[in-house]
Design a protein around this ligand. Structure first.
Ligand code: PGA
Length: 251
């Protein structure tokens, strides 16, 4: 069965307002494969501007890099999923390894955030992946299984059909060291196996599953050619319009 192809740019804490405007313009005005869903994840202050550009498009979308686990109230500095929805965003990244590592996000918080995302009719892009030490000690499958099942078991199959998943081995994020296509495919097949076990094989075959971690204009083609890789979550290379467009056109 054919799944949605997605290339998403996670800008992290980069760019400025003028640079963000230029980047979005450059990508949306370029020739990119129309069958690929393209998502910008800019920093919060630029979301409204990005979503104004993407809101009338069937190909381009805007998402937030994070949201609060609470719905509203006295949480200084936090941004709720309903605020994100109210400026026209469609997606939210949840569980990125930088959130887990630097902000000590737990699986419990990730579940609460996804609940907020779903309540506001947004789509969660749920990220997970093993650390280098876990891969070196051959615990990568175990780690990913635990990260996935502890979160997914809190949701119904009907809810999970709206998810996008992103496998991002932590050792590959921002390091220039990409997972080989074989390593990516092997883990993606494992993730579909986990989805089959928690839910069923039909759901497992429907969910878009992205690869992230030093994916770039050179290696995207081989990664996207893997049977269970439905696209990429791109960090560094999404900040250069030309590279990001090349990645989009790598299927
Ligand atoms: P990278 O980041 O492409 O710069 O490795 C990917 C991510 O963190 O989503």
């Amino acid at each position: 069965m054919s799944r949605k192809k997605i290339v998403a740019g996670n800008w992290k804490m980069n760019t400025s307002f003028p640079v963000a405007v230029e980047l979005i313009k450059a990508v949306t005005n370029s020739e990119t494969a129309s069958e690929v869903t393209k998502i910008f994840f800019p920093p919060f202050p630029f979301l409204k501007t990005a979503s104004d550009v993407t809101s009338n498009s069937a190909e381009f979308f805007t998402g937030a890099q994070n949201c609060s686990e609470h719905d509203k109230g006295a949480y200084t500095g936090e941004v709720s999923a309903s605020m994100i929805a109210s400026v026209g965003c469609k997606y939210v990244l949840v569980g990125h390894s930088e959130r887990r590592t630097f902000f000590k996000e737990t699986n419990g918080q990730i579940v609460s955030k996804i609940q907020q995302v779903l309540q506001n009719k947004l789509i969660p892009v749920f990220c997970f992946g093993e650390q280098l030490a876990e891969r070196k000690s051959n615990k990568h499958f175990e780690t990913v299984t635990a990260q996935l099942t502890e979160v997914l078991k809190c949701f119904t199959a009907a809810q999970v059909t709206h998810f996008v998943l992103a496998y991002e081995p932590v050792w590959a994020i921002g390091t220039g060291e990409t997972a080989s296509p074989e390593q990516a495919q092997e883990m993606h097949a494992h993730v579909r196996g986990c989805l089959s076990e928690v839910f069923d094989s039909s759901l497992a075959s429907q969910i878009p599953l992205l690869y992230g971690g030093s994916c770039n204009a050179q290696n995207a083609k081989d990664l996207f050619a893997c049977k269970d890789v439905d696209g990429g979550l791109i960090g560094g290379a999404s900040l250069k319009a030309e590279d990001f467009c090349k990645i989009i056109n790598s299927f």
